[in-house]
Design a protein around this ligand. Structure first.
Ligand code: SF4
Length: 549
């Protein structure tokens, strides 16, 4: 495979070496550094940042079992024991014959078919101990392919998910009949806000990017769907990729970009061949390339860039660092990517769902879109629902539905609490199920995890902090060390070793981490402990006290 000899090729080169040789050895690191004109320590530092790049030998089959909360609730630990028994190794180890490595991993986007695991790039869902045993036997006999079951869409409210079959490319054709500023105005008039979680108005982002000066501009589709409990973007890319590509093309036309990049998380590598095929088909039919749909002077193409396993790269500036071949460390802002983004050029970073909604808005009009939802939350939203409910899945619903309404829809009526917005979101207790999913109240990225009456909330918190400790990029001390302290504290609480005073000290540490951390990970990771303390403090302190502080 040919890569350019500049720094932005570093991660693709590391991935190619690993694919061909199974690992990136010290020798390979030095050679890559020489070829790219980088210091070996620099290359090593990047390689070791990403979970899916191996700098030490691992097994021919790397088994990564997801330890997101939905998987744990659905029996991941029993599956883990089966794998350990079958292979005769513990997690973190490789079999002596070099065939298998066993690892835990963060959410792989299969929460409603939990438990789930990856073996190399293949995904296996709805695991039971028996099924895990058969899969291991299959590996030993020749590794037959087991594709994951494509996600079943639950309720569909309006058009995003049915748009593709009925109105293909109508949005792009309508956009090209307008001037670029008119397209930006249409998007602004729709009232759509970014669907990745932050909720920034998309029209404003595009207006600023269109006005930014630059000989080259980029559209980056953020498909690094790493927030535990979220899998809607995977469904969109699996079944409606053309709607996403169409949205990227409309964005390019509106802001004057010529290059597009999809940053696809490593866990979704199995989607890459079908996405490449869809892009090739678009090039053949004039939907990508030069003079798109005969529109003179509008040239745009899209490439896929594979992530390498780092949750923090979902943050847009960390994602850009990663695209440029560096560790995924969030940047200080300003400057914002719309002025100084990828390769120093103006860059629009939009989420997969945002871009698919853009296609619908341009097809049906801003007035239609803004007639759905609430005053400050326009349109419909995809929710990834998992956990203790009878109908988990992806649901497309108008903004403004109550938590209670959502739970009725998904069969989660007897819940104790619901986590909305992923691990860094908010825990909503049953007494607040009348709250609305909308920016006026709970403006969320789309993950909903339902916790039934029997769930121990400290179990939940421990699982979350294990994740945050693993995924902190380590740039700032409060996040790097503080989350470790909180995890230790929660484990002590679970063992009934701590007093109410100790719990108060942990909450005080939470507040320090929130104000002193640089990016969303550290600013939001303490949310779960703060919420549990607020809503379930009695339950925590009801544990027998072993020692007093
Ligand atoms: Fe890295 Fe955490 Fe600091 Fe974010 S808050 S920059 S993840 S150390």
């Amino acid at each position: 495979e040919t890569h350019s000899r500049n720094r932005s090729a570093l991660i693709p080169i590391l991935q190619t070496v690993q694919r061909d040789y199974g690992e990136v050895s010290q020798f390979a690191l030095q050679h890559i550094a020489d070829v790219l004109g980088l210091h070996a320590a620099d290359v090593y530092s990047v390689a070791t940042f990403y979970q899916f790049i191996n700098t030490a030998p691992k097994g021919k089959f790397i088994i990564r079992l997801s330890r997101d909360m939905s998987s744990m609730m659905k029996g991941a630990k029993i599956v883990a024991r089966q794998l350990e028994n079958d292979l005769g190794i513990k997690f973190g180890e490789t079999t002596p014959d070099g065939m298998f490595t066993l690892e835990w991993t963060s959410c792989i986007g299969m929460n409603y078919q939990a438990p789930a695991m990856m073996i190399n790039n293949e995904v296996f869902s709805n695991l039971t101990p028996q099924r895990a045993h058969l899969i291991i036997e299959d590996c030993l006999q020749g590794f037959r392919s087991h594709r994951p079951t494509v996600g079943k869409i639950g309720e569909t409210y309006s058009s995003a998910l049915t748009y593709a079959s009925h109105e293909a490319e109508a949005g792009l054709r309508n956009a090209l009949a307008m001037s670029p500023p008119e397209v930006v105005s249409e998007v602004a008039a729709s009232g759509i806000r970014g669907r990745g979680g932050a909720g920034f108005p998309t029209g404003t982002k595009w207006r600023l990017a269109a006005a930014a000066k630059g000989d080259l501009k980029y559209i980056v589709c953020n498909a690094d769907e790493g927030e535990p409990g979220t899998f809607k973007d995977r469904i969109l890319l699996s079944r409606f990729a053309d709607v996403v590509f169409e949205g990227m093309t409309i964005a390019a036309y509106a802001v004057g970009a010529r290059e597009g990049v999809i940053y696809l998380r490593a866990e979704y590598t199995f989607l890459k061949p079908q996405l490449e095929a869809a892009l090739a088909a678009r090039r053949q039919t004039g939907l990508l390339g030069k003079s798109i749909l005969g529109h003179d002077g509008f040239d745009f193409d899209i490439r896929i860039h594979m992530g390498a396993g780092a949750y923090v790269c979902g943050e847009e500036t960390a994602l850009i660092e990663s695209l440029e071949g560096r560790r995924g460390h969030p940047r200080n802002r300003p400057p914002y990517p719309i002025d100084v983004g990828l390769n120093g050029k103006p860059t629009v970073v939009n989420n997969v769902e945002t871009l698919s909604s853009i296609s619908c808005i341009l097809a049906r009009g801003a007035a239609w879109f803004s007639s759905i939802g609430t005053e400050r939350s326009k349109g419909f939203k995809l929710f990834s629902v998992s956990g203790d409910c009878t109908r988990p899945g992806v649901y497309e619903l108008p903004w403004g539905i109550t938590v209670e309404g959502l739970l009725e829809t998904v069969g989660g009526g007897n819940a104790k609490a619901v986590q909305v917005g992923g691990y860094s979101g908010m825990l909503i207790p049953a007494s607040q199920f009348d709250r609305r999913l909308a920016y006026e109240d709970l403006g969320i990225g789309g993950s909903v995890i339902v916790y039934g009456q029997d769930r121990d909330m400290l179990d939940v918190a421990e699982n979350y902090f294990e994740f945050f400790v693993d995924e902190s990029c380590g740039q700032c001390t409060p996040c790097r060390d503080g989350n470790v302290k909180l995890l230790e504290g929660i484990r002590a609480l679970r063992q009934g070793k701590c007093s109410s005073r100790y719990l108060n000290e942990l909450i005080s540490l939470c507040e320090t981490i929130q104000v002193a951390s640089k990016c969303g990970l550290g600013q939001l990771s303490p949310n779960i402990l703060i919420a549990i303390n607020k809503h379930f403090r009695d339950e925590i302190l009801a544990r027998p006290m072993v020692g007093q502080h």
